[in-house]
Design a protein around this ligand. Structure first.
Ligand SMILES: NC(=O)C1=CN([C@@H]2O[C@H](COP(=O)(O)OP(=O)(O)OC[C@H]3O[C@@H](n4cnc5c(N)ncnc54)[C@H](O)[C@@H]3O)[C@@H](O)[C@H]2O)[C@@H](O)CC1
Ligand SMILES: Nc1ncnc2c1ncn2[C@@H]1O[C@H](COP(=O)(O)OP(=O)(O)O)[C@@H](O)[C@H]1O
Length: 304
């Protein structure tokens, strides 16, 4: 049996502090991003947009090595990112990154060997690593702690979560909390299992739940937005995540990201506090990203 916490706005607030007069762009967290592909350039743009809007100092975008040519006249992921957020620095040398986000909008079957190696290297880096979508399977190969130094958080939806269990070759426990805790222990990663209720499990034990979130979030690309929010929080709080005295901090940041995501979606959908589940209006993933600043403000304020 694991400790079970239901995350609240006042739990999230300490992670949503305002910058100070001494801050500069490099002190507020630098997020390195390797996401998007020829098939899914939009996923890169959504994650980067969300990261900026969460309040990070800098986002550095590293284009895939051996990137396939764009299809249907689409932009490359880097071009899509710059069209959405020209503040982003596109570089092969994101050496200033304090945390990394990888995987959203990528397909392992299409990935070049050099890109796989570059992603794999991030697992032996010191910086927190957020792993989404097409990079999730790399955690199965990197589950030997001796071959891994980076603190890792993974963000599967139910389908990806089941795929990871199949990859482990073990039966998946029926209960989400039990299954997330077991996967966190097996892979030595923090697990953020997405859904109406998001379940977060830390490899050091403990379960945090967030939600139920507004069902208007059940629309394509909102997972890419969540990954960007979490990447930004990880970059901002990288020191706390790597602090051995703060075991479980990555799980708290995952829960904070899920709460910010739901709050932004509610603001976008016009769902007021205490409103009925049926309240609100349709939203798209970009709306969620654009409402993240107001969500940060609302949650920080509710923390007193
Ligand atoms: N604009 C874009 O570029 C977008 C890109 N996206 C990217 O598209 C890629 C494929 O994403 P998919 O989610 O389709 O990945 P997958 O094709 O890996 O997973 C979808 C499969 O899982 C099953 N499944 C079970 N429970 C599910 C749940 N709760 N939510 C979703 N599927 C569930 C589905 O039935 C389906 O068979 C990812 O890399 C993702 O980042 C999407 O985020 C959509 C937007
Ligand atoms: N019915 C629902 N109610 C509330 N939130 C949901 C619901 N369905 C999905 N979500 C949320 O929407 C997001 C969807 O992410 P994901 O499945 O990865 O989508 P995509 O890959 O298209 O970006 C997750 O944050 C998940 O928690």
């Amino acid at each position: 049996m694991h400790d079970h916490t239901r995350w609240t706005a006042s739990d999230a607030a300490p992670y949503l502090t305002t910058p100070t007069a001494r801050d500069h762009k490099y002190s507020r967290g630098v997020l390195g991003v390797r996401t998007g592909s020829a098939a899914y350039p939009g996923a890169a743009a959504l994650g980067v947009e969300a990261a900026w809007r969460t309040g990070v100092g800098l986002v550095q975008f590293a284009p895939q090595l051996g990137e396939a040519d764009p299809r249907f006249g689409l932009p490359t992921p880097a071009a899509a990112v710059l069209a959405a957020r020209p503040e982003t620095v596109v570089t092969r040398d994101a050496s200033r990154a304090t945390a990394w986000l990888i995987g959203s909008g990528t397909d392992p079957a299409e990935r070049d060997a050099a890109e796989t190696e570059a992603l794999t290297d991030l697992f032996t880096d010191a910086h927190p690593l957020v792993v989404d979508a097409g990079a999730l399977e790399l955690c199965l190969e990197r589950r030997d702690a001796a071959r891994r130094t980076a603190p890792v958080a993974i963000t599967p939806h139910a389908g990806e979560f089941a795929r990871l269990w199949r990859g482990l070759g073990e039966p998946q426990p029926a209960d989400d909390a039990e299954a997330a805790a077991a996967l966190a222990a097996r892979l030595d990663v923090t697990v953020l299992l997405k859904g109406s209720v998001t379940t977060v499990a830390s490899p050091v034990g403990g379960i945090i739940t967030v939600g139920p979130a507004t069902p208007w979030l059940a629309t394509a690309g909102t997972g890419d937005v969540l990954a960007g929010i979490l990447g930004a929080l990880a970059a901002r709080h990288a020191q706390v995540i790597v602090d051995r005295d703060r075991a479980g901090a990555f799980a708290e940041l995952c829960a904070t990201a899920a709460m910010l995501h739901d709050t932004a979606a509610r603001l976008a959908a016009g769902v007021g506090a205490g409103a009925a589940v049926s309240a609100g209006r349709p939203i798209v993933a970009g709306d969620v990203a654009r409402h993240v600043p107001a969500a940060v403000e609302a949650l920080a304020r509710s923390g007193g």
